[in-house]
Design a protein around this ligand. Structure first.
Ligand SMILES: Cc1ncc(COP(=O)(O)O)c(C=O)c1O
Length: 384
């Protein structure tokens, strides 16, 4: 009989009325009026730099050829420039997700354990559990640690088998990020103890400041890069992983798709990086302003608060625990109003009931609709 692997992800929380998660997401996708606050994607690009880069590739029918298997060298150089990591090695992948899987696969052995933040981006924990013997999910949903995995928590939770510590910076779902002092301290601990830091910088460009751990620990870090968020290219599935050449060549020897990453996506990514200084400012300004609008709405409601404000990401978590409302139910109610948000269980089994996650890289008018409906929904559900 066919047996599922030990790391199979349990299918949970299929929304009411749907047979599978896929049906649910297809329904969302096909509903063109849906306000997209549930996936931290970016709907703010109004200029055509990225679009034109891809159209050019399509017009020339370049997609008939295979791309170079490890990525175009211009794209690799542009990403390393963007990170200020010109001495590192890099592999283009089909997204941060792919890079995270490859990173875990290349480093971990069954006797290792991995430290992750809880809340966090749970597919990372799943990938870790496929290759390591244990995943230590450190609770960080509290003020004392500043809602992030700190160097102190790293020291307290590591043991002689710890091989990887995951730094999501800024953190999905809370939007906390690291200071340069913390980044240096993480680097020191990792070097001292022969541990790898997986630095997931998917949301870095939404942050006020960002520091690269690879600058301080080039031989003890893997940086995970994505085009899904600030570049607004989630559907194109493209990203990268950056480390020293030893790690990258080990990864190259075990990649599945050795015929390369989507050529149209690479054309868009190159165009996005070449033009980044022309569009970044507007996107960051709009997201910050949207965040302020959500904050003033939340401040007007009793018993709810933004867990970490301001968030350094394009998402934030609204704590609703004191209202007694279930976060999945709240998300379902909002979905009925064509607003897609995420109940906390998507990013934490332990703390998920306490918060709703909303992303705000969407047009301001949609944020105002969310504000109105959120307030109304809290009133309705509180009475029930
Ligand atoms: C922390 C983090 N890493 C990676 C990803 C996925 O990135 P990609 O779309 O490039 O696979 C996400 C998506 O939400 C994320 O939150």
């Amino acid at each position: 009989m066919f047996k599922e692997k030990k790391y199979s992800r349990p299918v949970k929380n299929i929304p009411k009325g749907f047979d599978s998660a896929n049906d649910f997401f297809e329904y969302l996708f096909n509903n063109k009026n849906m306000i997209w606050m549930g996936q931290n994607t970016n709907h703010l690009h109004k200029e055509d730099y990225i679009y034109n880069g891809m159209v050019e590739c399509l017009k020339n029918r370049e997609y008939s050829k295979y791309p170079p298997s490890e990525g175009f060298s211009e794209l690799k150089r542009l990403i390393l420039d963007d990170l200020g990591l010109n001495d590192s090695d890099i592999l283009i992948s089909s997204g941060g997700t792919d890079s995270l899987y490859l990173a875990m696969n290349v480093i971990l052995e069954p006797y290792h354990n991995v430290i992750t933040p809880d809340p966090g981006y749970l597919i990372i924990d799943n990938f870790a559990s496929r290759f390591a013997g244990g995943v230590i999910q450190v609770p960080i949903y509290n003020k004392e640690c500043g809602y992030k995995l700190t160097p102190k928590l790293f020291r307290e939770n590591m043991d002689e088998n710890t091989k990887v510590v995951v730094l999501i910076d800024p953190l999905n779902p809370l939007g906390t990020s690291y200071t340069s002092k913390e980044i240096k301290e993480f680097a020191e601990i990792a070097i001292e103890n022969d541990i790898y830091l997986i630095h997931d910088v998917t949301y870095k460009d939404f942050a006020k400041e960002h520091y690269s751990v690879a600058k301080y620990a080039p031989n003890n870090s893997i940086t995970i890069y994505s085009f899904s968020k600030i570049f607004g290219m989630a559907g194109l599935r493209i990203g990268a992983m950056i480390s020293n050449s030893e790690v990258i060549s080990a990864v190259k020897s075990m990649i599945i798709n050795d015929l390369g990453t989507n050529i149209v996506a690479q054309a868009g990514a190159i165009a996005g990086l070449r033009s980044k200084d022309k569009w970044l400012g507007n996107i960051v300004e709009t997201t910050r302003n949207n965040q302020k609008l959500i904050k003033s709405m939340v401040d007007d409601i009793d018993d709810v608060f933004i867990v970490n404000y301001p968030s350094d990401g394009n998402m934030l978590a609204i704590d609703i625990e004191k209202t007694g409302i279930n976060s999945e139910k709240l998300a379902e109610y909002l979905l009925d109003k064509n607003i897609f948000t995420r109940g906390g269980n998507y990013t934490s089994s332990r703390f998920g009931d306490k918060y709703l996650r909303v992303s705000f890289s969407i047009p301001e008018k949609e944020v105002l609709i969310f504000n109105k409906e959120f307030k109304k929904t809290i009133d309705i559900l509180k009475i029930k």
